[in-house]
Every structure is written in structure tokens, then in C-alpha cells.
Ligand binder design. Structure first.
Ligand code: MN
Length: 501
């Protein structure tokens, strides 16, 4: 079946006549430009940009963003001039297309081109988060068609997906695409374990679904009795790669993974969520210590839900997840649901953007409106490369500071700060502001004075005490873990040396 522009237009809620005409024009333009190019699979190149645009539309993005999806490869692969895009589709579309365009093949090669292009991507993203969203949609389709790519390239692309793009999706709260990217990369990176996990998980899942459907029936009746309306329920199947990660922590014992499938209950309001939890616990006995309230305390990437695990009464154990419709959107689409077109004027109930508790009030800094949707860490990545464009350091930085496992700790005021695992109070201080870092005098963790070299734990409340006359010492370089804090300390020591000359 040949794709048609209607397939895109119907996905965009409330689109105007003018915008749908512009989509048709972009469709024809992209078709014309790519018409003599094919993919490794032999299918028309156009299919790739069309699928990318479709994903972007499904994320709920604006018509301009969908157009940029259609045009995302016309500069890089077909040599269309930026000027031409600007004249036809405007400056906004050109900016987005330029943002995802790789560095020129002629001047840059190999690793330098890949990492350099990544730097360029983050620079553009720090001005407009939609650049990264387009890139993820592009990568998703490339991963779906990876089997056709020459073997020697496959593994590199799969690795990059696992090391860079899936963690980005995760940090942006885009749960659905993160899971898909990991599951698509998994068999290319580790085919043996992939098969092993699949064999373990599939029969278990069938079994689980049977007992979930019994619970589902009983619960539906009770929710009706209790007059909770507008309820959506579905089964959440845990992604294979995420099962694999858990299996590694549980000695490959599949029986210890209770959430291989889970029942999901989606209701209108936050108070409905707690009522549903009460109803569930009065019907089935919960497993002690396994009730997680991510509504009151969201995950660092913005995820909100209540999870509980119950004894089903027939020897089984099952997980149930409860959330509002808005929370569900955010859990699936993350940041995309905040910059979404259809919800431009909608106010989301009870949803807070954790990534922009960015201490602006604390340090009196003003951020342009447009940049408010850009998480701090994206801006931080962009600023690293402005200071130090060394290519290898940039890539390892990205992996250690930004994409490793994270903990979240609190300021005394209750704001959440997320940091890489093993961070010290020094990393925390610099994360809040360089001025705080440069004047650390002492630190209290959970109200107790502790030394500067401790490793912070998930959930710690951290208070930094400062004194004007206190300054970084060489020793701090050993205590700090993030490249960011180390660089600030080095900067300070260097300046200090110069001043005393
Ligand atoms: Mn592409």
C-alpha cells in the first residue's frame, strides 16, 4: 500500500486547512527529492521519512514538526539547500531539519563524524527539544529496518542506540520508545541472551495473563459497585530487555519477576487512584514492602503511578499499576506530551515537570519561554561542548554523567535533584550552582553533618552549608564523581593559581 498524506493528517488532532495543505506540499516535496533513492532493503527511501513523520504525529507533535520529519533527510542525503526549505516551509522547519542533519561526509569521517554530529544535535536541542524528538523517531525506524543494513554496520548502530538513544528517551520520560529501542537493539548486541530471555519469558507471560484476567474481572465488578467511572484497563507487558536487566539481578530466576505482565488501571483523578488502591487491598492481600507511590514521589524522569503487588489467592502473585489518564500519557510519551500540539492549552492535573525544578528561583536566573521545555541536563551537555569540544571526552562524559544509572536526592525544600549513582555532596552542590560548589563549608545529609567524600544514596536530603571564605581544594577532585563538578573545581584552581602569581 502506498502511503498517503492523509495518513499523517488524520493523526494530528484539530489541524487547520492551511497546515494540512502544507503537509501535502512537504509530502510531495520529499517524495520528489527521494524518488530515485532506495534503502538497503530495496524499498523507496521515502518510506523511511514517511514512517518517521508518522511516529512524530503519534507523539502528538505540531504540523511543523511532522513536516520536519518528512524533510529530515533531504539536506543530508540529497543535498537540498537550506534556503529552499526556508522559502517553502519557513525558518522553524529549517531549524529542525538542520538540527538532525549530520556533519558533512566529506570533511568529517568515522568516529569524529558520529560524535561531532551528536554534539551538533545537542546544541540544536538545547534551543528546541523537538529536535531530539525527531531524532528518536528517525532512530526508531532505522532500528526497525536494521536487518537490511550491512552486517559490519549493524552492531555499531545497535550499540549507539543502546548507549545513547535509549537512555535519552528514558531521561525524557518517553517510556514507550525507550522500551522499543532497547528491544530492537538487544538481539544485535547479545543474540544468545536475547534468545534465552525470550524462551524464559514467553511461557511465563501466558501463565501470568491467565491469572491477571481473573483479577481483572473481579476488580471491574467492584469498581462499578463503588461508582468509579471512566476506567480504562489494559495489560502492560514488560519489555524483553527490561526483563533481562531484572533477571541479571535475580540470578536468572524468572519466578522472581512479578511484573512480567501487569494489570493497569487508568482513572480520571488522583483521588480515584487512591480509592482504587484501597479497593484492591480490601479484595486481595498486598505483598508487604512492595507498594510504591510514584504519584506522591515521582521518578526523576517524571513517571507517576501507584504500583502494588498482591497475592491473587490461587498461589499467584500479580502487579497492578494505577494512574490517571494524564499520567498515562506522560509515562508513554514523556516530554513529548508536554510540548504536544493537541494539549497546548490543556492543564495537566497533578503533573509536575521534574526536569525544570531548575533552581531558577534559587539563583535568580531567567530562561527564555521557549527553552523552558528543554531539560537542564540537555543544556548542560550543550554547554560542555562549548567549553571543551574534545570528541572522545565528550562521548565518555555523556555515558558517565548523563546516561548511567541515576539516584535522586532532595534539597531541604523538597526539590528533586537527579545525579549519577555514587555522586558526592560536591557533585550535588555544583549541580545546583557553581557558586554554591565554590564555597562549600560543610554538608548535612538527612540532618546529620557528614564528610564531603561520602556517596549519596537515593532519597537523601542534602543541605550544603556555604561560607564566603571557603574554596575548593585539590582533594575535592578525588571526591567529585561527575565530569561537570571536576571541571568546575579545576577551573577554580586554575584561576586561583593565576591570581596568586
Ligand atoms: Mn533518517
Amino acid at each position: 500500500m502506498t502511503p498517503s498524506p492523509e495518513d499523517l493528517i488524520k493523526r494530528i488532532e484539530g489541524i487547520s486547512k492551511k497546515d494540512s495543505d502544507l503537509i501535502k506540499e512537504a509530502y510531495d516535496f520529499a517524495w520528489g527529492v527521494h524518488k530515485n533513492t532506495t534503502r538497503y532493503s530495496g524499498e523507496p527511501y521515502f518510506n523511511h521519512v514517511f514512517e518517521t513523520a508518522k511516529t512524530i504525529a503519534d507523539f502528538g507533535m505540531s504540523p511543523k514538526t511532522v513536516i520536519a520529519g518528512l524533510l529530515h533527510d533531504v539536506i543530508e542525503d540529497e543535498g537540498v539547500l537550506g534556503e529552499d526549505i526556508k522559502n517553502r516551509f519557513g525558518e522553524e522547519v529549517l531549524f529542525l531539519v538542520n538540527g538532525v542533519t549530520k556533519l558533512g561526509k566529506i570533511r568529517f569521517r568515522g568516529a569524529e563524524r558520529h560524535v561531532g554530529s551528536l554534539q551538533k544535535l545537542f546544541l540544536a536541542t538545547s534551543q528546541d527539544i523537538r529536535v531530539l524528538i525527531i531524532k528518536l523517531a528517525d532512530r526508531l525506524h532505522n532500528m526497525k529496518t536494521l536487518e537490511h543494513v550491512p552486517e559490519e554496520k549493524r552492531k555499531r548502530i545497535a550499540m549507539e542506540t543502546m548507549e545513547v538513544y535509549a537512555p535519552i528517551a528514558h531521561r525524557l520520560g518517553m517510556g514507550r520508545i525507550k522500551g522499543e529501542l532497547q528491544d530492537l537493539a538487544f538481539p544485535y548486541i547479545n543474540p544468545v541472551d536475547y534468545e534465552k530471555v525470550k524462551k524464559l519469558a514467553e511461557p511465563k507471560r501466558m501463565e501470568k495473563n491467565k491469572s491477571l484476567s481473573k483479577i481483572h474481572k473481579a476488580l471491574s465488578i467492584e469498581l462499578k459497585n463503588e461508582k468509579i467511572h471512566n476506567v480504562l484497563t489494559d495489560y502492560r507487558l514488560k519489555h524483553l530487555y527490561s526483563i533481562y536487566e531484572k533477571l541479571q539481578r535475580k540470578d536468572f530466576d524468572i519466578d522472581q519477576i512479578y511484573d512480567i505482565s501487569a494489570l493497569r488501571v487508568i482513572v480520571p483523578t488522583v483521588s480515584d487512584c487512591y480509592r482504587v488502591l484501597g479497593i484492591i487491598h480490601s479484595l486481595w492481600r498486598p505483598l508487604p514492602g512492595r507498594i510504591k507511590d510514584y504519584i506522591a514521589v515521582p521518578k526523576p524522569n517524571g513517571y507517576q503511578s501507584i504500583h502494588t503487588t498482591i497475592f491473587t489467592g490461587d498461589g499467584e502473585i500479580a502487579e497492578i499499576q494505577i494512574r490517571t489518564h494524564d499520567m498515562h500519557d506522560v509515562a508513554e510519551f514523556g516530554i513529548a506530551s508536554h510540548v504536544s500540539y493537541k494539549d497546548k492549552n490543556a492543564k495537566r492535573q497533578g503533573i509536575k515537570l521534574p526536569w525544570n525544578l531548575n533552581f531558577n528561583k534559587y539563583i535568580g536566573r531567567k530562561v527564555e519561554d521557549k527553552k523552558l521545555d528543554v531539560p537542564d541536563w540537555v543544556r548542560e551537555i550543550a554547554s560542555i561542548q562549548e567549553e571543551n569540544p574534545e570528541i572522545e571526552e565528550f562521548y565518555s562524559n555523556l555515558k558517565t554523567d548523563f546516561f548511567k544509572d541515576r539516584i535522586f536526592v532532595f534539597t531541604p525544600g523538597g526539590d528533586v535533584v537527579d545525579l549519577p549513582v555514587d555522586s558526592s555532596p560536591i557533585d550535588f552542590a555544583y549541580r545546583i550552582h557553581t557558586d554554591i560548589g565554590n564555597h562549600i563549608f560543610g554538608v548535612k545529609v538527612n540532618s546529620k553533618l557528614v564528610s564531603l567524600d561520602i556517596r549519596l544514596q537515593n532519597g537523601d536530603i542534602v543541605e550544603i552549608l556555604t561560607k564566603e571564605k571557603n574554596h575548593p581544594s585539590r582533594k575535592w577532585l578525588e571526591y567529585a564523581r561527575t565530569v561537570f563538578a571536576k571541571r568546575q573545581i579545576r577551573n577554580y584552581l586554575q584561576k586561583d593559581k593565576n591570581n596568586s602569581k
